[in-house]
Ligand binder design. Structure first.
Ligand code: ZN
Length: 227
């Protein structure tokens, strides 16, 4: 599905992630969805280095430099020339869109699960457990730190794949071919949730297109022989 290539300004999502105010899994999944839809993620990740004798030390995220470094190592290993950060981001977006499209349209079968189960995600994803206050008391939560926006997106995809977590059930993709954006199901106050189209405008547009297609088909159908 092709997205409209609007010359609009690219949407930028600001994300601040620290040990004191970590991004929640819902934040990570939401940012991954925005990334798939074309947004840039401006991630400020302050990696906490716990020094037991003193306070928490905060190091700024290395971002693009980290991506370049990892890509240079990978390219050297594969004896290829390294790709630019922009190229890697474009490829990552295509990959994310394909993954999300599959999640919406084709639930995994046993074979797929065998292929990915027991996969070790360390050191790409490195969570730290911490206790967080919630209305009912306290909960065990995980602070995920990221070297770049692309590692955040990788985790977001996995959170979407996870069938024990709620995110995959809410994920939808607009069925209007000229749109195809991903969105979370919208529950109306009454009736069934809207899952096929991102907006009422696109639902009406798709219905108009389908009606026009049906008319065309009718006109080109062979004329029935009179009895
Ligand atoms: Zn749409």
């Amino acid at each position: 599905m092709e997205r409209r290539k609007d010359k609009l300004k690219q949407k930028i999502i600001m994300l601040r992630n620290t040990a004191v105010e970590p991004l929640s899994e819902a934040d990570i999944v939401g940012a991954t969805l925005e990334f798939a839809n074309g947004a840039m993620l401006d991630l400020r990740d302050l990696v906490a280095v716990f020094d037991y004798d003193s306070e928490v030390v905060l190091d700024p995220c290395t971002g693009d430099e980290a991506i370049e470094k990892a890509e240079a190592l990978f390219a050297a290993e594969m004896m290829e020339s390294p790709r630019s950060v922009e190229q890697l981001r474009r490829e990552a977006r295509t990959f994310t869109r394909d993954r999300l499209h599959e999640i919406v349209n084709r639930p995994m079968v046993a074979e797929d699960l065998d292929g990915i189960t027991d996969q070790d995600l360390f050191p790409y994803i490195n969570p730290r457990p911490y206790l967080r206050k919630v209305p009912s008391g306290i909960t065990l939560a995980f602070y995920y730190s990221f070297v770049s926006d692309l590692s955040l997106v990788r985790l977001g995809e996995i959170l979407f794949e996870d069938t024990e977590r709620p995110f995959h059930k809410k994920l939808c993709q607009c069925q209007l071919p000229s749109c195809g954006i991903f969105f979370f199901e919208v529950k109306p106050s009454t009736g069934r949730p809207q899952r096929r189209y991102c907006s009422e405008k696109h639902m009406l547009e798709a219905h108009d297109n389908n009606a026009a297609k049906r008319m065309k088909k009718k006109r080109s159908a062979p004329v029935a022989k009179p009895k």
